[in-house]
Design a protein around this ligand. Structure first.
Ligand SMILES: [Zn+2]
Length: 448
């Protein structure tokens, strides 16, 4: 009898299993032991090779030898995004240039970008984390993956690419943009999974409809969506409208790129690959650590990254660590879906508002499409918020009365959710600008 391969043995298991996923299921004592050993090694490396870490640890009177437990991580100083800018381009590298085999950079909107670096070992870890991501989303050998994350300096494209190849799937490196070609490829190549931002997928679905392509009739069954905050309400819309199972993944270039955390088939929080990325939650105002289960800012420490270790990096992402066991059996902890980034928050009339709160309010109301834009302005010294939202074609062609009713319902939903009255502007389907990458939800026209 022919011996079965691992993927044949496990291929039918719900949620998929790949040998690379083994660390997802480590017994906790073993996982904690592994994390501590890696933490000690990385703190040594950072202290010994990066001036910024050494100076800050000296100032805080912490030595690498003080890290005798995982809890001792709390004695280490935080690292923040401006540290990457201030040390531009190579000031945080812990390995000499001849060991560095890849550089990526963020597209900075102002000034210099941030640069991140990888040794070959770092790339292997990243690829491994992306294999675990795909496997958790039920993607396996035999899948045809359309990778619509941008290729280039952005980490999304190449991160997903090498992970998908290592998984043994077929990758289509189409990158972002050229929406009509994306739809043609999706249909003609029999694509079964797509990687992109959720807002770009909505745009694709939209355009497919106008091209007479019914996504429901295609083999496409899963979307691996990340690189921007989105909500549970948005997921419900995507899944109901397209029949595609929408998975949330999480990552950031400063830590590695995509592949830091991923949902599994339970779609209830994202498993963090914590044997490589150690998570903490802190109070964003005081910096004090918060226990699992409490909401705060996610702080990550890279446990394996050689070229550019990150110690206690403040992500600005607001979430909660969930430590209850997951239905999938993975032992690595989960983070709650990130719907909010503290950077996205805007303040209107003294109230803190996140675009995701508006998104949830809008999608609660029937007749709206998941396309919206928030415009802030100031009239006579008073902040005003206008929310433009697309409505479904049938509502739009309906009577004025129906539109007024819908407008009132939306105004109520927004006010009820954020406590601020907004003027609602209903716009025709397909009239708001679509993004091919991260969606821009807010335009702030207030004079600062
Ligand atoms: Zn799970």
């Amino acid at each position: 009898m022919k011996a079965l391969t691992v993927s044949e043995l496990w291929g039918g298991v719900s949620g998929g299993f790949h040998p690379a996923s083994a660390p997802d299921y480590l017994p906790l004592p073993q996982l904690r032991e592994l994390q501590l050993r890696r933490l000690q090694a990385i703190v040594n490396l950072a202290y010994g090779n990066v001036a910024l870490y050494r100076e800050r640890m000296d100032a805080a009177h912490v030595r690498p030898s003080d890290i005798t437990s995982l809890e001792a991580i709390r004695s280490l100083p935080f690292t923040v995004k401006t540290d990457l800018r201030d040390t531009y381009p190579f000031g945080l590298f812990a390995r000499p240039m001849h060991e560095i085999v890849r550089l990526h950079a963020s597209s900075g909107t102002t000034g210099k970008p941030i640069v991140v670096a990888y040794t070959q070992e770092d790339l292997d870890v990243w690829t491994n984390a992306m294999v675990r991501t795909f496997a958790a989303c039920g993607i396996h050998q035999g899948d045809i993956i359309q990778n619509a994350y941008g290729y280039g300096l952005f980490t999304g494209g190449l991160g997903a690419h090498y992970g998908a190849e290592a998984l043994g799937a077929t990758v289509i490196p189409i990158s972002g943009g050229n929406t009509e070609r994306q739809i043609m490829v999706m249909k003609d190549f029999g694509v079964s999974a797509i990687c992109c931002t959720p807002s770009y997928f909505l745009h694709l679905a939209d355009r497919a409809e106008t091209m007479g392509v019914n996504i429901r009739e295609l083999p496409l069954r899963a979307g691996i969506f990340g690189a921007e905050p989105w909500t549970e309400a948005m997921r419900a819309r995507i899944e109901a409208d397209t029949g595609v199972k929408a998975y949330d993944i999480y990552g950031l270039s400063e830590i590695t790129g995509p592949g830091v955390a991923s949902e599994c088939h339970a779609q209830s929080g994202l498993h963090i690959f914590e044997d490589h990325f150690y998570p903490e939650i802190i109070d964003p105002d005081t910096g004090d650590p918060l226990p699992d289960g409490q909401e705060g800012e996610l702080v990550l420490t890279t446990l394996s990254k050689r070229a550019m270790p990150m110690l206690r990096y403040r992500t600005r992402d607001i979430t909660t660590i969930m430590c209850e066991p997951c239905a999938c059996g993975r032992t690595v902890r989960r983070i709650r879906r990130i719907g909010r980034r503290s950077d996205d928050m805007f303040i209107i009339r003294g109230v803190n508002v996140f675009p995701s709160q508006i998104e949830v309010a809008l999608l609660e109301v029937e007749g709206t499409m998941p396309h919206y834009h928030i415009i802030l302005s100031r009239k006579n010294g008073l902040d005003e918020m206008e929310v433009q939202v697309e409505v479904t074609p049938d509502v739009f062609s309906d009577k004025i009365r129906a539109l007024e009713d819908l407008q009132a319902k939306l105004a109520y939903a927004v006010e009820h959710t954020v406590g601020i009255r907004a003027s609602i502007r209903l716009v025709e389907p397909h009239s708001l600008q679509r993004s091919e990458g991260k969606a821009k939800r807010v335009t702030d026209n207030r004079q600062m």
